[in-house]
Design a protein around this ligand. Sequence first.
Ligand code: WT7
Length: 650
Amino acid sequence: MSSKKSVKPTAKEPIHLPSKEFSAKARIPSMAAYKKLYKESIEKPDKFWAREAKELDWRKKWDKVLDWKAPFVKWFAGGKLNVCENCVDRHAKGARANKAAIIWEGEPGDKRVITYAQLHRDVCRFANVLEQRGVKAGDRVLIYLPMIPEAVVSMLACARIGAVHTVVFGGFASEAIVDRLEDSGASMIITADGGWRRGKIVALKPAVDEALKKYKGVKSVIVVNRCNNPVAMQAKRDTWWHEETAQVSAKHTAKAFDSEHPLFVLYTSGSTGKPKGILHSSGGYLTGTYSTTKYVFDMRDEDVYWCTADVGWITGHSYIVYGPLANGATQVMYEGAPNFPDFGRFWKIIEEYGVTIFYTAPTAIRAFIKAGDQFPAAHDLSSLRLLGSVGEPINPEAWNWYHQKIGGGRCPIVDTWWQTETGAIMITPLPGATPCKPGTATMPFFGIDAAILDDSGKECKADQDGRLVIRKPWPSMIRTIYGDKDRYKKTYWSDYPGLYTAGDGARRDKQGNFWIIGRLDDVLNVSGHRLGTAEIESALVAHPAVAEAAVIGRPDDMKGQAVAAFVTLKGKYQESPELREELRSHVGKVIGAIAKPDDLHFAPGLPKTRSGKIMRRLLKELVTTGKVSGNITTLEDFTVIEAIQKKISR
Ligand code: WT7
């Protein structure tokens, strides 16, 4: 099993129990209550999930809660609903009409408060714009925006008219847009002139223009004027958001869609060169994100919730847009960097808006620890009542700092394990119930039948490493990989027949807590973001100087994993510091800055098996331990290892 650096349970782990005050008010106030409901949810999943789904507005009730023909699923089959109506209209009509839905802050300090009634008008207007521009139910719309309210409005407007959104993280480059346009066949793009990041404008529209030189299927580009930076507008094709929305009505009648109508495609890295389009559908996804938001964050009307993720990732989809809004929550949304103008920005925001629930990533916490305690200490964080973590295992040092310096020792921490594919939180503490040990995501959420299996498919014993699987379907699960059913079957359902393989290694301790070790495939977790080694390799090989490339993850104190690349050059090219920089930036240009290799080693050759497969395992050992000790009997040429060893030790 994987030998990745992991958070190992020790004999004397401290156990943190939720306070009596917290538990007394919580929906799930004790482990006994958790266990009772968990048992019901596993024995009678139909009953549990139907009860959750009933809290949403359905235009037509479902005929059947679960229709499972592994690995294809239908939840609430025959039911009809409008996802946007559930997130917006039902709050805008009632007592929450003038409640803040989004309290937004731009990086330069500009502010907007959008109530549910206002959000309703904004979404209706934009739905009218989309329809006027010819977008129909089922059409794909690519969204490439900074963290501004228009991103949420665009997603909801697509959902409202049944169009399928595919959001591309603003940090991705034009090639990444081209791949996603080609795979999804999108006919419209919503973008902005740019966004603010660390005091500078990051232009977005030029990447779209570049992408549209290669992909010809886009008829219409709508551009938000966020930064007033100059953009090239192509007549007929490109129009301004503010002009489009000014000429349409703020009323829009939403149609109902089938529960299984596709809601969005979100691309994520796997073990091949091309990202896969994870398809989520409507009724099940909304039920899953609604229910997890309600129980895991114990969300209340009076809460001020803040999730620091970007809408370009699944965390932004599920826990900025659909989960919180379906709950009628008030949330903070922030455009910029955590360290602008300094590392106090997040704490200033929490103080100013009285944030009560804060959800962020371990990599951010580690950066805050490094920056120094004086930043949080300068702010009143007493409004906080609950903290969350997502993206990678949270190391005990980060957990303890988060608990003490941010949570004042009083806030429970929910360490939530889940994936783009799972749509919603799967393994997590429930804040009023679960005893927490720093480093474990603890127990499965209701209805989630998680287990750890060995290679033969037997369930592992306590403290034994194995593969994390989910044995029963759940409402917010991936429906397929867009346009590729076979890859869907092969990637997630072929390790053990009928069971979902997460791709993560894990173990369970004697109390039943799940400790996630990390990915078992060629996927890296860099600052909580998923990157495929194959994707970075194919970007490197696309450069004229590169003959071959191998990419691995190396442990990094800040990022969790850093990207290390080994490159062999074509005959006529010379190794040089300039070429190294050029290759690093090349990856940045092709995929985006997050994929830029931290280390780039030139190698005369790469270690391979006799059949020609690159042995990344050996490279990994080399960069972590400086030598190779594992099984090398399949290695074709040992001299390449010696040559690489010499280089990296220099
Ligand atoms: C992978 C999924 C789910 C939103 C963010 C990432 C790792 C995620 C945890 C956690 C340990 C975690 C896993 C997983 N991961 N959360 N709490 N503890 N590992 O979504 O890009 O789909 O990545 O992130 O390795 O498989 P994603």
